[in-house]
Write a protein that binds this ligand. Structure first.
Ligand code: BJW
Ligand code: ZN
Length: 294
């Protein structure tokens, strides 16, 4: 087996960057920022896949872990069609609380870094697109233009009767939800009658949040667009996601499988980490601006 000695740091960096560009994914992900920077500077088409962790430093709780509890419920137990069918009042309280919380929050340096990088790359004839699982619209607020929102948004409703989708940023979204939705575990369920929950202005049907719950299909157009970006990208960033929810969880491993470098930014390892060439542990509000040089 050939034994190779790199005489200078820059020779080593060049070799590593070439290896990464050639798609060699090592078992132990690298945390070498200088090597990543070289890969980033050479990339023509970057996909950033984001999850709840990118908004954590804006003060929005993540979905899993201790922050994911609302009252005594796991957030993932309420984000289901079954929960809405059984208790639409409870589910609307949960979403009403999150709408109000998000309306009071701003994008953080990680959101801004992606938006700035997109603009910089575009000026150089390169491309960066954000595929987000988040429903908080903070990427839009930061100025990201190339954006695919896989799981919908908190600020659209869909009528369960006629299917119409509408923008809605009202607070409260219906008078009966005013002051409701407090996350304290002692707060009792408001048990709002269905007629007083948000209703359709066209047909008076019950509205629901236009988000994707467990067991529901993602919008096929958005999914197709995401797949096209993933197929074409030559660098993928995976930021603040636990990589456990499908189909998003298979996006980055799929990119890595075709030999494209993938860099994960998270405060901890995830089930995806071992598939990726780079792992930058820490708050993405600090690591990402450094990595993108913005
Ligand atoms: C930081 C940080 C900082 C913190 N800096 N990092 C294949 C196999 C097995 C199951 C399935 C499968 N295909 C489909 C399924 C079923 C299901 C699924 O995936 N289940 C798994 C749990 C096993 N998927 C679906 O049902 C999807 N539908 C579908 O595929 O339809 C077809 C089909 C259906 C059924 C069977 C087969 C096929 C729909 C999924 C919809 C997900 N919806 C939600 C709710 C949206 C609305 C809402 O928000 O209320 O989306 S669930 C929830 O999870 C939300 C999130 O977008 C999503 C992902 O969570 P995310 O973003 O990763 O957040 P967290 O909290 O998990 O992680 C945060 C991370 O940040 C952590 O790693 C932290 O360490 C990190 N972090 N601070 C950097 N400062
Ligand atoms: Zn309607």
């Amino acid at each position: 087996m050939a034994f190779c000695v790199f005489t200078t740091r820059s020779a080593f960096l060049r070799r590593m960057a070439t290896a990464s560009l050639a798609g060699k994914v090592r078992k132990q992900p690298s945390s070498d920022m200088a090597v990543f920077r070289t890969v980033f500077q050479n990339a023509k088409h970057v996909v950033a896949l984001t999850g709840a962790g990118i908004s954590a430093e804006s003060g929005i709780p993540t979905f899993r872990g201790s922050g994911g509890l609302w009252r005594k419920y796991n957030a993932q137990d309420i984000a289901t069609p079954g929960a809405f069918l059984a208790n639409p009042s409870l589910v609307w309280e949960f979403y009403s609380y999150r709408r109000d919380l998000v309306l009071s929050k701003k994008p953080n340096p990680a959101h801004h870094a992606l938006a700035k990088a997109e603009a910089q790359l575009e000026a150089e004839g390169r491309r960066l697109v954000v595929i987000t699982q988040n429903i908080d619209e903070l990427h839009r607020d930061a100025g990201t233009k190339n954006l695919l929102e896989l799981h919908g948004t908190l600020f659209r409703t869909r009528c369960t009767n006629c299917g119409i989708i509408s923008e809605n940023r009202a607070s409260p979204i219906s008078p009966a939800l005013a002051g409701k939705g407090a996350p304290d575990p002692e707060v009792p369920d408001a048990r709002i009658p269905e007629q007083e929950l948000p209703r359709c202005s066209k047909c008076a049907g019950l509205l629901r949040p236009h988000v994707v719950w467990f067991g529901e299909s993602l919008d096929p157009d958005i999914l197709n667009s995401a797949q096209k970006e993933l197929d074409k990208c030559d660098l993928c960033l995976v930021i603040g996601t636990s990589s456990v929810v499908y189909p998003a969880a298979m996006f980055a491993p799929g990119v890595a499988d075709r030999g494209v470098p993938v860099a994960e930014f998270n405060i901890e390892s995830t089930p995806g980490t071992e598939n990726f060439g780079f792992h930058f542990e820490g708050f993405c509000g600090s690591t990402l601006p450094k990595a993108l040089g913005v």
